[in-house]
Ligand binder design. Structure first.
Ligand code: SAM
Length: 274
């Protein structure tokens, strides 16, 4: 088996530096990437899609597991040759696609490769596209088996915030209606090269077995947008265009409550009644 150079050596050999425009902050310590993978797993026998492998620290940790295969989607073409070196060690278990993860059709990519339709997502997400990617995987037609995602701390806290918490909002409600959500690791800014301005955290999201229909998910997006768009207002006012007091009473929710007092389960009930 070919020995891989260290991640720093690989970056140097390919003359690569982090680019701000791609949100690049690298994890070059394999102890950290192995820990993320251990806490996010198990992946044995399954396909893992990694978004934004960069120099490949998380990718290496994923390939060390018994995952059936790892498909990485990297937008920055400068990294494709460097990542190709992983094939020397891991052969066809690894493939890198040069593209924008926001535009990739995961179901089609898996089918084209004759792989099972289910796959886990693991990513140290570029900060600028972290939330849109999460929304895509939560609400889109293709559903991951699990998601292990690094976010800036503020976003991670919003995903897991309980009802009544200052960080509780739309992202938390949608995430928690559709998935079990857990913050599994905190990482200080200094763990990254170059360090970002803020700390980060890893969240694991496991889709619930009972998934609401696409129409109810759409309604959930609608009702949370209305409720949290005017979060200081009482629900009977903010939800007026959607049915106001009558809707709330049918759902068994006090019309004078505000959005942050309504649990994910109650938002789901509202979405079902719309
Ligand atoms: N996974 C690497 C690590 O942990 O060291 C790099 C993480 S870095 C925060 C984010 C990576 O995502 C970069 O490699 C960047 O080029 C890539 N990226 C940014 N936007 C992307 C997009 N829309 N689709 C796919 N990759 C993207």
């Amino acid at each position: 088996m070919t020995e891989l150079p260290s991640l720093r050596e690989s970056l140097e050999a390919h003359g690569l530096m982090a680019k701000k425009s791609f949100g690049q902050h690298f994890l070059l310590d394999l102890n950290i990437t192995r820990k993320i993978v251990r806490l996010g797993g198990p992946f044995a026998g399954d396909v893992v899609i990694e978004v934004g492998p960069g120099p490949g620290g998380l990718t290496r940790a994923l390939l060390e597991t018994e995952a059936k295969s790892v498909i990485a989607i990297e937008m920055d073409p400068r990294f494709i040759d460097l990542l190709g070196e992983l094939n020397g060690v891991y052969g066809e278990r690894f493939e890198v696609i040069n593209g924008d993860a926001l535009k990739v059709d995961e179901a089609a990519s898996l089918a084209e490769r004759n792989l099972s339709p289910g796959a886990h997502i693991v990513s140290n997400l570029p900060y600028n596209v972290g939330t849109p990617l999460l929304i895509k995987w939560l609400t889109g037609p293709w559903q991951p088996l699990s998601m292990t995602l690094m976010f800036q701390l503020e976003v991670a806290l919003r995903v897991v915030a309980p009802v009544g918490d200052k960080d509780y909002g739309r992202l938390g409600v949608i995430s928690q209606v559709l998935c079990d959500c857990e913050k599994i690791m905190d990482l200080p800014a200094r763990a990254f090269t170059p360090p970002p301005k803020v700390d980060s955290a890893v969240v694991k999201l496991t889709p619930k077995t009972q998934r609401p229909s696409a129409a109810i998910i759409k309604n959930l997006e609608k009702v949370t947008a209305a409720a949290f768009g005017q979060r200081r207002k009482m629900l009977r006012a903010s939800l007026k265009p959607l049915g106001g007091e009558a809707l709330l009473e049918t759902a068994g929710i006090t019309p004078t409550e505000r959005a942050e007092q309504v649990s994910p389960a109650d938002f789901l009930r509202l979405a079902e009644l719309l």
